[in-house]
Design a protein. Structure first.
Length: 369
C-alpha cells in the first residue's frame, strides 16, 4: 500500500470509527440507514490524528498534545482511553520521556489483542519503542534501530521497517526487524524495494530479476512470503512480462489463500489466488480500472458502476448497481476494522454488508478531506 493511500484510508476511518464508538444501539438498515445522533462526543484537548481502536468496552483515542521544557514546547502524541458507552476518560498516556527533546512519533500506533498499545518515537537519543498496557502503565521502553513503520502481527509479534537503510558499502535496502511482546528482538532481514505487510499474517517482498525468452529480455517478478519471525514461508513466480505491485495489490482470503492483482500480457487484469505453497488455485478477469478490496468471507470488486462480492474461492455471491463518480486518484472501496465495506461515492459514503451488499449506514461525504 502506498503511503498516500494509507493516509487517505486513515483519514476516512477516523470519521467512521468515532461515529461507531458513539452509536447507542444498532439501527436497522431497512428502517433507517442514516447514522443516529451520537450519545456522546469527545471534547478532549488536541486533534484526533489516528483511527480510534476498540478494546472490550474501551476506545483508544490518539490525539496531538504538547509538553514544555524550560525553553521549548514539544509536540507529542497522547493516548486517551475512554469508556465506549459514556465517553468518560479512564486514563491517558503521553509518548515522551522527560528530558529528551525533539520527540517525533514516526508511525501510527499499533494494538495487541490484550489491549496493549505500542508506539515508535524518535528523539535526540535515537529511536524508541514504547509498550503501554491496558491500564495505561508503561510495560517497557527500549531503544530500537531507526525505522519508519511499525506493524502488529496476528501472533503479537511487532515488525519495524527501515526504508532505505544504507550499508557499509553505501548501498541502500529495506530492513525489517522482528520483536516479541516482551521487547526482545527475534529476527531481522532485508527485503525488496516493493513490499507489503498483509493482514498481520505475512510480509511480502517483490523481487524483480532479468530473464529472457524467445521474445527477448524482460523483468520477471517473484513474490517472497515471510512469517512474523521473518522465516521464509513460500514464493510465487508470475508469468513472463506480467506486472503487479505488491505494495497495494495483495490480500489474504478466508481459507488460507492469498490473492494478487496482476496484469498478464494478452490476458489483461486478473485476480489470482494462490495457496500457502505458492500454487495458483483460481483466476478471475477484472476491468483494468476496477477497485478491489477483501472482506470477511471473500472480496469485493467495483467496476462499470457495479459492485460485486465474491467468496474466497472466486465464486460470485451477489452484485449491486451503484453509480459512482471516479475522481482519480480516489479509491472507491475501503475495508473497515469489522470487515464491513465502505463505498465512497461522489456525494455520500455507504457502509455496506459485504455478504449482501445492502446498505447498513449512509452519511455525507466530507468534502474537506
Amino acid at each position: 500500500m502506498t503511503f498516500k493511500k494509507y493516509v487517505n484510508k486513515c483519514i476516512a476511518w477516523v470519521l467512521i470509527a468515532i461515529i461507531g464508538a458513539m452509536i447507542a444501539k444498532p439501527v436497522s438498515a431497512q428502517s433507517n440507514p442514516v447514522l443516529p445522533v451520537p450519545v456522546w462526543e469527545w471534547k478532549g484537548a488536541g486533534q484526533i490524528i489516528e483511527t480510534p481502536y476498540h478494546y472490550k468496552n474501551t476506545a483508544y483515542l490518539v490525539s496531538s498534545g504538547e509538553v514544555a521544557s524550560a525553553t521549548k514546547v514539544w509536540p507529542v502524541v497522547v493516548l486517551t482511553a475512554v469508556d465506549v458507552n459514556s465517553g468518560k476518560k479512564k486514563w491517558s498516556y503521553t509518548f515522551y520521556e522527560k528530558g529528551t527533546p525533539y520527540p517525533l512519533s514516526t508511525s501510527p500506533l499499533v494494538y495487541g489483542s490484550d489491549g496493549a498499545v505500542y508506539a515508535m518515537v524518535s528523539d535526540v537519543t535515537g529511536n524508541k519503542l514504547f509498550a503501554v498496557n491496558a491500564s495505561g502503565k508503561a510495560k517497557w521502553i527500549i531503544q530500537v534501530p531507526e525505522a519508519d513503520e511499525l506493524y502488529m502481527m496476528r501472533d503479537g509479534t511487532l515488525l519495524l521497517i527501515d526504508r532505505d537503510k544504507r550499508d557499509s558499502s553505501g548501498k541502500t535496502a529495506n530492513w525489517v526487524y522482528s520483536y516479541n511482546a516482551s521487547g526482545k528482538q527475534i529476527g531481522k532481514k532485508t527485503i525488496g524495494d516493493i513490499y507489503s505487510v498483509v493482514d498481520g499474517q505475512y510480509i511480502v517482498s517483490q523481487v524483480e530479476f532479468s530473464a529472457k525468452d524467445s521474445k527477448g529480455a524482460y523483468q520477471k517478478i517473484r513474490a517472497d512470503f515471510y512469517n512474523s519471525k521473518l522465516g521464509h514461508v513460500f514464493s510465487h513466480s508470475f508469468p513472463a512480462r506480467a506486472y503487479t505491485d505488491i505494495s497495494e495489490a495483495v490480500w489474504t482470503l478466508d481459507g488460507g489463500n492469498v490473492m494478487f492483482r496482476v496484469n498478464i500480457p494478452e490476458k489483461g487484469n486478473q485476480l489470482v489466488a494462490v495457496n500457502a505453497k505458492g500454487k495458483a488455485q483460481w483466476r478471475l478477469s477484472i476491468a483494468g480500472n476496477a477497485d478491489v478490496e477483501s472482506a470477511k468471507g471473500g472480496f469485493a470488486v467495483f467496476g462499470s458502476n457495479e459492485l460485486r462480492f465474491y467468496n474466497a474461492k472466486g465464486g460470485l455471491v451477489t452484485k449491486r448497481k451503484l453509480v459512482v463518480q471516479h475522481e482519480a486518484p480516489m479509491f472507491t472501496l475501503w475495508k473497515a476494522a469489522d470487515q464491513k465495506l465502505l463505498v465512497r461515492m461522489n456525494d455520500r459514503q455507504l457502509i455496506v454488508n459485504p455478504a449482501t451488499l445492502k446498505t447498513l449506514y449512509e452519511f455525507p461525504l466530507d468534502t474537506a478531506m
